[in-house]
Design a protein around this ligand. Structure first.
Ligand code: FES
Ligand code: FE
Length: 462
């Protein structure tokens, strides 16, 4: 049974206040709340850990964090992907002390217990003398295994063996995510290992933003619209009003997932100078192929998506979104000096590393069928935009530590976060997709629904 109270008597339900759409600011720094999150959120949900193209061959493995635990993600001889706790069942040493590699035997450096890529116990040195088999049999001595699912090659795992399926966890959002992750014949793959860096911030400062926060773009990232290839100028050379770019459709889900879709016609006229009204669907896709995809691959879309999904992709394509609780994806168009447009595709995980520290893990992807020249450009330009010192991430990763510090102040921690921009528009006419859908200028709704699911998990029984 889950305790409904914090040690100081605060009810956990009161941390998120639906009547006024406020959140108590202490959630961004409180160690007690952090510890509960590791059990009640990261210990239960489906955690995003990587992409199967990172471990293409039998024996390949990478080591990642799943909430507060480290796990080994490996591929066995049969090609199956496994996720196992990186904790030796003998005396708790980390079985792998590497970031990744290839092996058929994971051998603990402490006393030499050895395990297969699927986590099964193989044996220990001088086994007969050390392991009489009187207490526990070999089957009981393997690594703790998580439940694993692959979705469009993305690897998710959960400790909640009996809990909801991955499809149930995604809920309404799956219809949209399929447009992004399951749209081509051969699927996506990573362009090299992910970049990793630590930000001195609570994971939720980044996590709630990952729920498709478009509101901050006009101010925090405003300079992107004022300089270089990104600039939008009036005829007299002054900076243009960028707010029309913020109109679109936002989708929330009861499970905290979110999407922000942007009017493709506006994008096309802004970025290519073409008049979208004069373009067929095919010409629109040629003008702006979906991120990570070459225009020769566009014909694959109709094979893999329903007509309704294709309608969304060719009128109001998802640009950014989040998978609850800590994954952000961006399918972003980058203008090029020659007037063309490059579609960049990136996935971030904001992995908790304590109440005031997160590890930012950044994967860059492309379609497997994309030509090498396109992949190189995607990799280079996505790193420039979203990497360790990327132009976008320098902005975002500046705010999260400040928010975390604010939440540590004696007075600051008594304040609330206020999600006051409310959609009242509903879905556009003829919108074919599911979920809580609203049209218009970006609001606080998707973040608010993120917090409501956080509240639900924090107060539900373990
Ligand atoms: Fe791993 Fe002893 S702790 S073999
Ligand atoms: Fe941002």
């Amino acid at each position: 049974q889950t305790s409904p109270m914090l040690a100081d008597g605060t009810k956990i339900t009161d941390l998120v206040m639906p009547a006024t759409r406020e959140v108590q600011m202490r959630v961004l720094s409180d160690p007690e709340i952090y510890d509960l999150e590791m059990e009640r959120i990261f210990g239960k949900i489906w955690n995003f850990l990587g992409h199967e193209s990172e471990i293409p061959d039998p024996g390949d493995f990478v080591v990642r964090d799943m909430g507060s635990d480290q796990v080994i993600i490996s591929r066995d001889k049969a090609g199956e992907v496994h996720v196992m706790l990186n904790v030796c069942p003998h005396r708790g040493m980390r079985v792998s002390v590497l970031d990744g590699g290839n092996t058929q035997i994971h051998k603990c450096i402490y006393h030499g217990w050895a395990f297969r890529p699927n986590g099964d116990f193989i044996g220990a040195p001088v086994e007969k003398e050390c392991m009489h088999g009187k207490m526990m049999c070999k089957e009981e001595l393997g690594l703790k295994k998580a439940r694993v699912t692959l979705y469009g090659g993305l690897i998710f795992a959960t400790w909640n063996i009996e809990g909801p399926s991955f499809e149930e966890f995604l809920g309404d959002a799956k219809w949209y995510y399929d447009i992004l992750f399951k749209r081509s014949d051969r699927g996506l793959e990573v362009l090299g290992p992910p970049q990793r860096f630590v930000v001195r911030a609570n994971w939720k400062a980044a996590g709630e933003q990952s729920a498709a926060d478009g509101f901050h773009t006009l101010t925090l990232h405003r300079w992107l619209g004022e300089v270089g290839n990104y600039a939008k100028k009036n005829d007299d050379g002054t900076s243009a009003d960028l707010s029309p770019e913020m109109y679109g459709v936002e989708i929330s889900s009861p499970h905290g997932h979110a999407l922000r879709c942007i009017d493709l016609a506006r994008k096309i006229s802004r970025l290519t100078g073409l008049d979208p009204k004069e373009l067929s669907v095919q010409q629109k896709l040629d003008a702006l192929p979906p991120a990570g995809m070459h225009k020769d691959m566009v014909e694959q879309l109709a094979r893999n998506l329903s007509p309704e999904q294709l309608q969304v992709l060719t009128t109001m394509p998802p640009q950014v979104g989040g998978i609850f609780p800590n994954v952000l994806f961006g399918f972003v168009y980058i203008p090029q000096p020659d007037g063309s447009v490059l579609g960049s595709l990136t996935l971030h995980a904001y992995v908790p590393r304590g109440p005031d520290k997160l590890e930012f893990v950044n994967w860059i992807l492309a379609e497997k069928d994309a030509p090498q020249e396109l992949r190189e450009r995607i990799l280079k330009q996505t790193i420039q935009l979203f990497g360790t010192s990327g132009m976008v991430e320098q902005d975002d990763s500046d705010t999260w530590p400040h928010m975390t510090l604010s939440a540590k102040g004696a007075m600051g921690k008594k304040q609330t976060l206020k999600y006051q921009a409310v959609y009242e528009t509903g879905a556009p006419e003829g919108w074919p997709g599911p979920g809580m859908v609203n049209e218009g200028f970006t609001k606080d709704d998707t973040q608010w629904h993120w917090w409501m699911y956080w509240r639900e998990l924090m107060t539900s029984e373990v």
